[in-house]
Ligand binder design. Structure first.
Ligand code: NAD
Length: 267
């Protein structure tokens, strides 16, 4: 399967280059970066410390989409939307790992899937998707007598907060309780905040160092606290999941998909 990678010089982009080269079922077909990125013109294999591939990194996304079977995108919301339009125009599958979409951007992304396969996951790890399922179940079992707080920590370069994964975990708890996350999100806490609301779901985002991604969902009652934690120690859990989604696209119709469909979990 011919795979294109956009944003290939990013933290995730480099992992994806290695993953696609190492996977016997995939061929690295082309790579793009933002115009003026210093890696333009370089060989993606050499960029990740491997053998030369004979390819050159370009900023020509339209050409990449015309010729690839699927393209993997871990960039920024604005860039991903531009790529999603190209995916729809060329009927090329798009695998999206980018997070931080505003509601209107998210709606646009989903709308473009009428003309192609679009797969989006805020987190491509199997472990996190299990945690999302468990959080929904625990939320349903405990109800709002247990205060829910979601704590996440990521590296110092991350630009959106709380993480897309933290929001997915919060949505799962809310779904388990039969409410919408937007209706029960606790406001940011700074200064004199007043007491916590019953049934609120709170978020705390820590940033520092090189932390790949830690998430804890806490259910706190007066006499006890339950904590569900996932810690990512290698970015390959995300790149491996994204390549798996690209391979899976070959057997699917046009539409909008995510990890629950691929892993066979219920949404
Ligand atoms: P990064 O900043 O290291 O990489 C993003 C890359 O996109 C950069 O190299 C940048 O130059 C490139 N880019 C920007 N505009 C472009 C354009 N027009 N064309 C081509 N390339 C362009 O960031 P990162 O840590 O790799 O994360 C990227 C995104 O993926 C973030 O939204 C992050 O939250 C998300 N992420 C998701 C998962 C997941 O499992 N879904 C895991 C890790 C990170």
């Amino acid at each position: 399967m011919k795979i294109g990678i956009v944003g290939c010089a990013g933290r995730m982009g480099k992992m994806l280059i290695k993953e696609v080269i190492d996977n016997p079922s995939t061929q690295l077909f082309g790579c793009t970066e933002a115009p003026n990125n210093p890696t333009i013109g370089k060989d993606p294999g050499l960029l990740v410390g491997g053998d030369p591939t004979g390819l050159k990194i370009t900023d020509e996304a339209a050409e990449l989409f015309s010729n690839s079977d699927a393209v993997i995108d871990f960039t920024t919301p604005k860039t991903t939307l531009m790529h999603a339009q190209l995916a729809a125009d060329t009927h090329t599958g798009l695998i999206v790992g980018t997070t931080g979409f505003q509601p209107d951007q998210q709606a646009k992304l989903q709308a473009l899937s009428t003309n192609t396969f679009i797969f989006q996951a805020a987190n491509f790890s199997v472990g996190i998707n299990l945690l999302i399922g468990l959080s929904e179940q625990v939320g349903a079992l405990l109800g709002d007598e247990y205060d829910t707080e979601i704590l996440e920590m990521h590296h110092k370069h991350k630009v959106d907060a709380p993480s897309g994964t933290a929001l997915a975990l919060g949505s799962a708890v809310a779904k388990g309780r039969g409410v919408k996350l937007g209706d029960v999100t606790e406001p940011d806490r700074l200064g004199i905040t007043g007491a916590r609301k019953i049934g609120g779901i709170g978020f705390a985002a820590l940033r520092g160092g090189a932390v790949i991604g830690d998430h804890t969902v806490m259910f706190a009652a007066d006499g006890e606290r339950i904590e569900l934690t996932h810690k990512a120690s290698e970015r390959s859990i995300y790149s491996g999941g994204a390549v798996r989604a690209a391979l899976w696209s070959q057997t699917q119709d046009y539409g909008f998909y995510g990890m629950p469909e691929m892993l066979g979990f219920q949404r």
